[in-house]
Design a protein around this ligand. Structure first.
Ligand SMILES: C[S@@+](CC[C@H](N)C(=O)[O-])C[C@H]1O[C@@H](n2cnc3c(N)ncnc32)[C@H](O)[C@@H]1O
Length: 491
């Protein structure tokens, strides 16, 4: 089990302080170390789990308390306290092995001087990361640059390496610099207490190049003295063709092959050819801006200033949002009436009274409200043709908007490109091909949730007429869909 630290929960998460189980750390060290004389670097050594597995080790650790713990746990190792990126920029030392588990700090918290040095150092090494990059990706690039020719890199990595938009610069940099790049995915979590899944990365032959990535899909982690032979080799060309994502290659090969063939069929269009999907409005203070019917009545706010909203995807039941559904929400007095003042001129006293309450004061000081003028005019409120869930459980839901509703950013506002598009989406959305496409183009968020960003929705293949597949092929697609769901822990 990963160890708890004395650091408080929130800051522990901010520094990515989740430690590697001993059997995983020992295995990664064994994969990398060839001789007892090899020097090993753990660039974010925590309390020294990796350092303790090899005598000739050097560790860097930002957190003083953990740096001290690492010295005690691995007395033979040299431990430097401080920021790895600063240390790496100055050190002349080089290593046969770099191994560890880099801090997983999302871009919102990966800020300041550390991020600046990290992104600049990675860029000098040929990996250009966007500002949305999490800390671990530049960590790996800079750590690799401290290897001697022929050296090995052996790390725990977030499973996001299989789909994140910042994974491609990292994977390209690894392929440019190592003779062999291998990723090992595990269906059973390596860190059961984290919502993120983790994989293992092993690279060998620093100073040479490779034209693809070896991939293994395992049920669970098992210790081993050597890295296992790979299940499949994914060429960079294949990886590019599927949108620079490795995750789809975990799926049964026959299903993925059939998926790729069908997406080229004349019976299939991309969602983006048929419709646009954009995220719904953001109020900045949902409780204030969404009223119950009883509240609107009490304040005397008329329908002229209200729109019925789909606030959460749970409101979508069935493939249409109709007036019967709206009546049901009204009868239950649900807070689904959006106060829509964007187009309003000369606000009536009823609305002015509501905007003068204490709740309004609190709402107006929220980040979004403070940054718009007037603070109460919610932007981007439109009545779309249909709604699509942004985060989904078993499957993403698409429902036609027959009741003139609007939607929050928990949903995509969908607009058909033509009348035929509506018929095509009605026909194809629930098909196994489109559902598999949503799994392949979308990404897992942890806890069994599938998230679809607008650019991901646009790439989902939609059959517009019956597909040229037989019964056996239908089962292949269905099995592939179930496998995709099980990789994101959705039964
Ligand atoms: C995921 S933990 C891994 C610790 C250890 N390698 C293990 O696997 O047990 C990441 C560690 O990186 C440290 N850290 C965060 N940012 C750092 C930085 N810029 N330089 C060095 N260490 C850092 C954190 O304090 C944390 O102990």
């Amino acid at each position: 089990m990963p160890k708890a630290s004395a650091t408080a929960g929130a800051s522990r998460k901010n520094l990515g302080q989740f430690f590697t189980p001993a059997d995983v750390a020992q295995t990664l060290v064994q994969w990398g170390v060839r001789r007892s004389t090899d020097r090993l670097l753990d660039p974010s050594c925590g309390d020294g789990g990796f350092l303790a597995s090899h005598a000739r080790s050097v560790g860097i650790e930002l957190d003083e308390e953990f740096a001290k713990a690492a010295c005690q746990r691995a007395p033979g190792a040299l431990v430097h306290g401080g920021d790895f990126f600063q240390w790496a920029a100055a050190t002349p030392e080089r290593f046969e092995v770099v191994a560890g588990n880099p801090p997983f700090i999302r871009y919102q918290n990966f800020t300041g001087a550390t991020r600046k040095v990290a992104l600049e150092s990675a860029s000098r090494l040929g990996a250009k990361f966007s500002a949305l990059t999490s800390s671990w990706a530049p960590f790996l690039v800079v750590a690799a640059s401290l290897l001697r020719p022929g050296g090995r890199l052996s790390f725990v990595v977030p499973a996001e390496i299989g789909h994140a938009t910042y994974a491609p610069p990292l994977l390209r940099a690894l392929c440019r610099n190592f003779r062999r790049v291998q990723l090992l995915a595990f269906r059973e979590k390596l860190f059961p207490q984290l919502s993120e899944d983790c994989w293992l990365l092993y690279c060998d032959g620093f100073g040479q190049a490779s034209d693809g990535i070896h991939l293994n899909a395992f049920e669970r982690f098992r210790p081993s003295a050597r890295p296992p032979t790979s299940d499949r080799f994914v060429s960079l060309t294949e990886w590019e063709e599927i949108g620079e994502r490795l995750r789809p290659f975990l799926l049964p090969a026959a299903g993925l092959e059939l998926y790729r063939e069908l997406t080229k069929s004349r019976s299939v269009r991309r969602f983006g050819d048929l419709a646009s999907a954009s995220i719904g409005y953001v109020t900045g203070a949902n409780d204030f801006f969404h009223l119950r019917r009883s509240e609107a009545k009490r304040w005397g706010i008329t329908w002229h200033y209200l729109k019925v909203s789909i606030r959460k995807s749970d409101q979508l039941c069935g493939d249409t949002v109709d007036f019967r559904a709206v009546e049901k929400w009204m009868a239950r007095d649900e807070p689904v009436l959006l106060l829509d003042l964007k187009q309003a001129r000369n606000l009536p006293s009823s609305v002015r009274d509501y905007l003068a309450t204490e709740a309004a004061q609190t709402a107006s000081s929220s980040y979004k409200c403070r940054n718009r003028d007037p603070w109460y005019a919610v932007p981007d409120v439109t009545v779309p043709d249909a709604f699509l869930s942004v985060m989904s459980g078993k499957r993403p839901l698409l429902a036609a908007n027959d009741a003139g509703c609007v939607c929050t950013n928990s949903l995509h506002a969908v607009r058909y490109r033509s009348k035929e598009s509506q018929a095509a989406l009605d026909f194809g959305w629930a098909s196994p091909l489109a559902q598999l496409g949503a799994e392949i183009q979308g990404h897992p968020l942890g806890g069994g949730v599938l998230k679809l960003e607008p650019r991901e929705v646009a790439r989902v293949p939609i059959p517009i007429t019956k597909l040229p597949v037989n019964r056996a092929e239908e089962s292949v697609l269905q099995e592939c869909l179930e496998a995709a769901r099980s990789w994101r822990h959705c039964a």
